[in-house]
Unconditional design. Structure first.
Length: 304
């Protein structure tokens, strides 16, 4: 079977490898963002080496619903199109050009958390269990019949990076099980229950701005949710922007009388900041443009 793969992130690379490794499948082409549009995905992956290794044509795609790209899809004549790691909606003309057989991937337990930025939202919502999902793309958003789901627990200290890695492992396992079954036509599907559907809204880099009036645990969760490979949680002192990559709530403010956002401690690891609930956040990994650590008792910005 001939496959066309569309995407621009690590999940796309995982899918390309799985397709290339599965007997009976040919990865005919990979459609991906051109380098000048790479900033659309903070977790963008250059797929040129993957395409070259698999003998697949690499097609730059700015808009998957554009007529010129749809002509290319028809010329490739794929048996199935896989859309994995792509933020654009696949419209009716796209689905028609693909013969109506378009498989999508979503790092959430569909029908829960359809939509955008679901890895950060999983942590922000303090979800205990999540799943990776493969499904047939239809006219809705992440609403098509399910082909496969892989459930797993979300750790109490889960970060965007560790959750991302778990999803990649789940995607790889699901594809290596599903691809042979697609080849044989043995693909039972499960219609999603619309009564259980929830939707995650888009998150932008500025949504990582820290409001120090929030409780320490909420700020610590934000740091974990929007860290690498995403832009990160941030605050500042004056003109200096400080991106916080790792932090933990602590009781080091118990003897301190301080306002939310005030630096109350410095040590070899980093610094601690008073939060809105009277507890503190101990920052242990950060990037600062001007100085390594904020001065003791300085006030950090980022309050709403």
């Amino acid at each position: 079977m001939r496959a066309l793969l569309i995407g621009a992130v690590e999940g796309t690379r995982v899918a390309a490898q799985a397709i290339a490794d599965t007997p009976g499948w040919t990865l005919a082409a990979i459609g991906t963002l051109p380098p000048d549009l790479a900033s659309r995905h903070s977790d963008f992956v250059d797929l040129a080496p993957v395409a070259a290794q698999g003998g697949a044509e690499l097609i730059p795609v700015a808009a998957c619903n554009a007529p010129d790209f749809l002509d290319q899809v028809r010329a490739i004549a794929p048996d199935i199109v896989f859309v994995i790691g792509w933020s654009q909606i696949c419209g009716p003309d796209f689905r028609a050009a693909a013969g109506g057989r378009v498989v999508g991937y979503h790092p959430a337990p569909l029908p829960r958390l359809r939509g955008r930025a679901v890895i950060p939202w999983t942590i922000l919502l303090d979800e205990k269990i999540t799943a990776s999902s493969l499904f047939w793309i239809d006219e809705g958003v992440d609403s098509g019949p399910l082909l496969a789901q892989h459930y797993f627990h979300v750790a109490p200290d889960e970060t965007a990076a560790t959750l991302y890695a778990k999803h990649m492992a789940a995607l790889d396992a699901m594809l290596r099980d599903l691809l042979p079954r697609l080849l044989q036509g043995d693909v039972p599907v499960k219609v999603q229950d619309e009564k259980l559907a929830t939707y995650a809204t888009r998150r932008r880099p500025d949504d990582g701005r820290i409001d120090w009036r929030q409780p320490a645990e909420a700020i610590e969760r934000l740091v974990r949710a929007v860290g690498r490979p995403y832009p990160g949680a941030f605050t500042g002192v004056g003109e200096d922007r400080i991106t916080i990559w790792s932090a933990r709530a602590c009781a080091c403010a118990d003897r301190q009388h301080a306002s939310p956002g005030q630096v109350i401690m410095r040590d070899e690891q980093g610094f601690a900041v008073c939060c809105g609930d009277g507890r503190a956040l101990h920052v242990t990994e950060f990037d600062s443009a001007r100085e390594r650590k904020p001065a003791l008792h300085s006030m950090l910005g980022g309050q709403a």
